[in-house]
Design a protein around this ligand. Structure first.
Ligand code: SF4
Ligand code: SF4
Length: 188
């Protein structure tokens, strides 16, 4: 995997909290900060498990995001979405925007609205996502809809994004299945 030069996770540990991790060597529920996560970052960084070595948010891997899009600062964790991308798109992968801060406050930001508008108008598969409560999966909705296009045409993208947040808030979060192996790297 190629990382964008000059970007560093720094103090950000968003993915160490919002993600469900269900691997033989480490398990944790979504919404719970990994017990290896300390104020200065991962306490087992040099020996962190493979899943943590191979996963990065899209801010670390995709050039299109500005340098100041770091998830802990923006409240948005972008990720590469490989599922649910319609064959109608030229691209086989899309971008998910997981709202990890205050969802409505975040979608009212112009920089996010501009990003979504540009992506939708250029047929980039975009998804909006809300993390689930502890132990549950995130919910996701496509932003490439006729309704969103109409909001954009009328100059009402903020309303379109607020409507998408409302849809997500009405979704049921499925429980995330975790297989506790007793082989967790965190167990002394
Ligand atoms: S969310 Fe992105 S920037 Fe933050 S710790 Fe994870 S990979 Fe690094
Ligand atoms: S082991 Fe380290 S990198 Fe992996 S989730 Fe925990 S704190 Fe994050």
């Amino acid at each position: 995997m190629t990382l964008v030069a000059g970007r560093d996770c720094g103090d950000c540990t968003v993915c160490c909290t919002v993600m469900t991790i269900n691997k033989p060597e480490i398990q944790k529920e979504s919404g719970v900060t990994c017990r290896h996560c300390k104020a200065t970052g991962c306490a087992i960084y040099d020996s962190r498990p493979p899943v943590c070595r191979s996963w990065y948010c899209a801010w670390r891997t995709v050039e299109i995001f500005d340098a100041d899009w770091r998830p802990d600062k923006t409240g948005v964790m972008p990720y590469v979405e490989t599922e649910g991308v319609s064959e109608d798109f030229d691209l086989s992968t899309g971008i998910g925007l997981m709202l990890v801060g205050n969802p409505l406050k975040t979608v009212r930001q112009k920089w996010l609205q501009d990003f979504v508008e540009t992506g939708v108008m250029n047929s980039v598969p975009l998804f909006l996502s809300l993390p689930g409560p502890i132990g549950h999966q995130a919910v996701t909705t496509s932003l490439n809809t006729e309704e969103m296009l109409e909001f954009i045409r009328r100059g009402l993208i903020k309303d379109g994004l607020e409507a998408a947040v409302k849809v997500l808030r009405g979704c049921d979060h499925e429980p995330a299945v975790i297989t506790h192996t007793g082989n967790d790297v965190g167990i002394p």
